[in-house]
Design a protein around this ligand. Structure first.
Ligand code: ARG
Length: 574
């Protein structure tokens, strides 16, 4: 692997800083705030001047002189109170572009080893179809998984299925009531739709009628006590519902290495509770078992984590602590990232603190990467016209249908369906990943599928267009040659491609796929300027054409990689 452009410039800066007797931590280049004056800038001299007892401008000038003699730079200037303005040489730019282009595996993205990262996202509940609320966890979670993967980080994704507890008892007792003649241990014939209405109806009935709630509690207890008939029906229900959910995962391209659920860790809970009691971490309070998680410095003390109620039923938080314990034992990850609704922030903080107190999370960095809601046109959480949470498959179907309407009439029938799906999904994902995850956004399918503006289809189309330029060149017998950077738009494009490694590192650090979305849009614009200012197929000379074709290929590779990081696939034609 060859070092990225920024990395190489940083090393040159560090050498010059060291030569002037300065520490090198701030010897870093960033994008120039005024691209007409420079390609990159370094703001690292000013903070060091005081300690060095020197005038910052003079110090910057000394560094500029040393760097200016090197072949990598055309010009190094000092601006303002001591900024360094770096103008890279055409030769160095061409060399970096060629190195990135030849890195087919990583497109220049720096490979790091941070230890195993587990990603917990998706998290559907049994017998509930995926709804609009699951869109974000799946899209953001999968993008983070890909970003880490592209950095060479080992990842394991798991979808903590909600497959245990009272909700399961509600389903089981509801089935018994509706199908009294059904032999025990077997599931009556249910369509997917039957299954979908079963849980909401059962839950409503239990809320309205204490006798139904008692029956649900009894069924839960039987299941948890290992009743074989209850277990058989439950596992059948789980299987059928997971089958439908997996279809949605596949449609969205969300990959799971593990499909574990709350039920998988239940066997650990009694031992865990005993351990916590013994060590005085779990204590009785008002008939329940709790873990104190407040810290002395908190103005508003955090409420304790409820470990077990008096009836001993499994709780969401207890299960999450046990899951942590299981993950530590089985995989010992360096980090676990939970991509779950921001509204569960308190829950995760309680779980994390309790697990740390217990020593269950030693050596594991725990992160709740929360996200905001998907909203309707009124700015409130998205609902269907009937006031229900919209089903994920309907929402995606809608976007795919609208995408189909916008495909050119010339699209062959055989390709329409696949293409509409690729474009519709790109539209939804790009829109979802466009703003920082904690802010909510308005789901506007019509705007998302547009080929104009900051949309998925716009970027996808830009990438396809580069592909067709390359195909056309190939059909004319023209091929890519050595890169030469002459026109300003070529320089800008090479610099933009070279940013990919920096953007990926930053998006990974901040768990912010929106940085990739911003980047890929900027790259598409940079290409579009290059293409209008620099004729490719109609270039003046063979050498110029060859170089520009190589730039097209580089851009296409970088753009495809960036889109892949967002979970967006690029069709062959559009
Ligand atoms: N099933 C949960 C819900 O519907 C989400 C699970 C998130 N992951 C976790 N480890 N708690 O709210």
């Amino acid at each position: 692997m060859t070092a990225s452009l920024t990395r190489r410039v940083d090393e040159l800066l560090a050498g010059a800083f060291a030569a002037c007797g300065l520490p090198t931590e701030t010897a870093r280049a960033s994008r120039a705030s005024r691209p007409e004056l420079a390609d990159l800038q370094c703001n690292g001299v000013m903070p060091l001047a005081k300690a060095a007892g020197r005038n910052p401008r003079e110090l910057a000038a000394a560094i500029a002189t040393a760097l200016g003699e090197r072949a990598e730079f055309d010009e190094v200037g000092v601006a303002g109170p001591g900024f360094l303005n770096l103008r890279l040489s055409a030769g160095f730019l061409a060399e970096c572009a060629a190195a990135q282009a030849s890195d087919h595996a990583h497109a220049g993205i720096e490979q790091v080893d941070t230890g195993l990262v587990m990603l917990d996202f998706g998290g559907p509940n049994v017998a509930k179809p995926l709804h609009v609320g699951h869109l974000r966890t799946l899209v953001i979670g999968e993008s983070l998984r890909r970003i880490l993967d592209a950095q060479g980080v080992r990842t394991l994704s798991d979808t903590h299925l909600g497959d245990w507890g009272l909700q399961m008892g509600m389903l089981l007792s509801e089935l018994r009531l509706r199908f009294p003649d059904q032999p025990p241990g077997t599931l009556p014939p249910l369509t997917e739709h039957d299954l979908q209405v079963l849980y909401p109806e059962a839950a409503a009935a239990c809320r309205a009628d204490p006798a139904r709630m008692d029956a649900a509690r009894a069924a839960t207890a039987a299941l948890q006590a290992g009743d074989p008939d209850a277990y058989k029906v439950w596992s059948e229900l789980r299987r059928i519902s997971l089958e439908a959910q997996t279809r949605d995962f596949d449609l969205l391209g969300a990959h799971f290495d593990l499909l574990l659920g709350e039920s998988d860790v239940q066997p650990l809970i009694p031992g865990m509770i005993a351990d916590l009691r013994e060590r005085g971490i779990a204590v009785e309070s008002e008939g329940a078992l709790i873990v104190e998680v407040a810290t002395p410095d908190e103005a508003k003390p955090m409420p304790p984590l409820l470990l077990a109620k008096s009836d001993g039923a499994a709780l969401y938080a207890t299960t999450d602590v046990a899951t942590l314990l299981a993950r530590k034992r089985e995989h010992d990850p360096a980090r676990i990232i939970y991509v779950v609704d921001q509204r569960q922030a308190l829950h995760f903080e309680q779980v994390f603190r309790a697990a740390r107190r217990a020593g269950y999370a030693d050596g594991i960095e725990l992160i709740h990467a929360g996200y905001g809601t998907v909203n309707g046109p009124d700015g409130k959480p998205y609902k269907t016209r009937e006031g229900n949470a919209a089903q994920l498959s309907d929402l995606l179907g809608d976007a795919i249908e609208r995408a189909a309407e916008r495909l050119p009439e010339t699209t062959p029938d055989a390709e329409r369906e696949t293409l509409a799906r690729l474009v519709g999904l790109a539209a939804v994902k790009f829109a979802d990943l466009s703003s920082f995850r904690t802010s909510g956004y308005i789901f506007d399918a019509e705007r998302m599928v547009s080929f104009e503006g900051r949309t998925g289809p716009y970027v996808q189309y830009a990438c396809v267009r580069i592909g067709s330029i390359l195909a056309k060149a190939a059909s004319q017998g023209a091929s890519a040659g050595p890169i030469a950077v002459t026109a300003p738009a070529e320089r800008a494009l090479v610099l933009e491609c070279a940013r990919l490694p920096d953007v990926v590192a930053s998006a990974s650090r901040n768990l912010a796929p929106n940085e990739i979305a911003d980047y890929v849009f900027a790259l598409a614009q940079s290409f579009s300027r290059f293409y209008s200012e620099c004729p490719v197929l109609a270039a003046d000379t063979d050498a110029e054409r060859g170089s520009r074709l190589a730039l097209c290929a580089l851009t296409r590779m970088v753009m495809e990689k960036a889109l892949w990081l967002l979970g967006i696939a690029v069709p062959e034609r559009m």
